[in-house]
Design a protein around this ligand. Structure first.
Ligand code: GLU
Length: 436
């Protein structure tokens, strides 16, 4: 049984004094804007503005020094009317119930926009993984998985990588989940997580998928705008999986990376930084710090760089009422989830800065997660060319749907993306009705 907690629907109102600090309240403002234009019924507004299940677990883990630490982990399931709950797990000190709720809702919109048969969920552990040994991380991950129990499952809720989690963590989750099932059922559980290493059922092309999806969106935007990408410049905030792949995959189009930032520092070079070389440095050193072929700069120099494309690929709430007036880009392509606040969005729109919203722009990851899940179900392994081609088709269609909604409803791309999602969800509710 998944424990249920009180509905968070009323919370943004009750919390209005703290509305600025509630990411979920910000998400709901976008939701309401789209719901108004779509004339979504009050009943559906109630349902979709509320998460379905919320699990908070506190679990003990023995540290290398023999002492016990107790950790707090979350899994929030926002909606599964279109298919099993789906979404990543992040390990970060900032993880809390409000953040995880927001991330879960964004997954519901994202899977609907991408038209893959999943719902939305998210989870994580409130911790700084940099502070733990590999052995400790493994024990934390396995004990968290055990605590989640059958809240997750290959036909019910399928986690994946997110901030500070990757294939290795997924392999530990998969193994723990399988080991705690009866032996005859273990092989049916290969697909309990996606974003796994290839050797344990991962998909070709999953690693770069989110970055590749971001690049497809930027390319389509450039075509629409008749803007030549050759010789264009970009700045990337966050050089993890999404940011690094986006920068690397923009390189063949002739887009120069001129400013980049990660947790350890910021770099700039107007002549361009080679993202492949920088990624090799990060692989060796753990961060962009100390990279010898670019100048270390202030963090603000990245977001405020004069570039054609800005790719926020780190955390939420970066482009705000305060920072949005200082941006000097033509396009914001959101690799991160929720990098722009409601107020930030309003300013971008006002300033004529184009936006590729997260729920469209970074959908490539979950799209290839879907392909991984299908391969697991069929015991297949697809060639990378096949995965890439299928991803491109999904991104092209999703982009087209959002562009069409923006034109039809004469609105910005964030609202248009939400409209596409709400419309798809509304149709399913119309067919199903509400039980009983
Ligand atoms: N964490 C990624 C996201 O935010 C991927 C989720 C998934 O593949 O399920 O979209």
């Amino acid at each position: 049984m998944t424990p249920r907690s009180a509905s968070p629907a009323a919370e943004p109102k009750a919390m209005s004094g703290h509305a600025k600090s509630s990411t979920y309240a910000g998400m709901l403002r976008n939701f309401e804007a789209a719901a108004d234009l779509l004339e979504l019924s009050p009943d559906l507004r109630k349902i979709l503005s509320t998460t379905q299940n919320e699990l908070v677990v506190h679990f003990p883990v023995r540290m290398d020094d023999g002492k016990i630490e107790v950790f707090t982990g979350y899994r929030v399931q926002h909606n599964n009317i279109r298919g099993p709950y789906k979404g990543g797990l992040r390990f970060h000190p900032q993880v809390d119930i409000d953040e995880v709720r927001s991330l879960a809702a964004w997954m519901t919109w994202k899977t609907a926009i991408a038209d893959i048969p999943f719902g939305g969920a998210k989870g994580g552990i409130q911790m700084d993984p940099g502070k733990f040994s590999r052995g400790e991380l493994e024990r934390i991950t396995r004990r968290f998985t055990f605590a989640l129990g059958n809240t997750i499952g290959p036909e019910y809720d399928i986690p994946a990588p997110d901030v500070n989690t990757g294939p290795q963590i997924m392999a530990w989750i998969q193994d723990t989940f399988q080991q705690t099932m009866p032996p005859s059922m273990r092989q049916n559980c290969v697909g309990v997580v996606t974003g796994k290493p290839l050797e344990v059922g991962g998909s070709q092309g999953r690693d770069k998928a989110t970055g590749l999806g971001v690049v497809h969106c930027i390319r389509m935007w450039a075509e629409d705008r008749k803007f030549p990408l050759k010789g264009a410049t970009c700045a990337v905030q966050g050089f993890g999986n999404v940011g690094s792949w986006a920068a690397r995959l923009l390189k063949p189009y002739g887009v120069k990376l001129v400013a980049v930032e990660d947790v350890a520092g910021a770099l700039a070079d107007p002549k361009g930084i080679d993202p492949d070389d920088l990624a090799a440095h990060v692989k060796k050193e753990g961060s962009i710090k100390g990279y010898p072929r670019a100048k270390a700069v202030e963090r603000s120099a990245v977001m405020e760089a004069e570039v054609d494309v800005l790719v926020p690929a780190a955390l939420e709430n970066q482009i705000t009422g305060e920072t949005a007036p200082r941006l000097r880009c033509r396009l914001v392509a959101e690799g991160a989830n929720g990098p722009t606040t409601f107020e930030g969005d309003r300013i971008l729109l006002e300033r004529g800065i184009d936006l590729l919203p997260d729920v469209l722009c970074n959908a490539g990851g979950v799209v290839v997660s879907y392909f991984e899940w299908l391969q697991n179900k069929r015991a297949e392994s697809w060639e990378v060319e096949e995965v890439d081609a299928k991803l491109e088709r999904k991104m092209v269609r999703a982009y087209g749907r959002v562009r069409e909604a923006a034109a039809k409803y004469k609105t910005g791309w964030r609202t248009a993306a939400y409209i596409v999602a709400l419309d798809a969800l509304q149709k399913v509710y119309e067919e199903h009705g509400i039980f009983p």
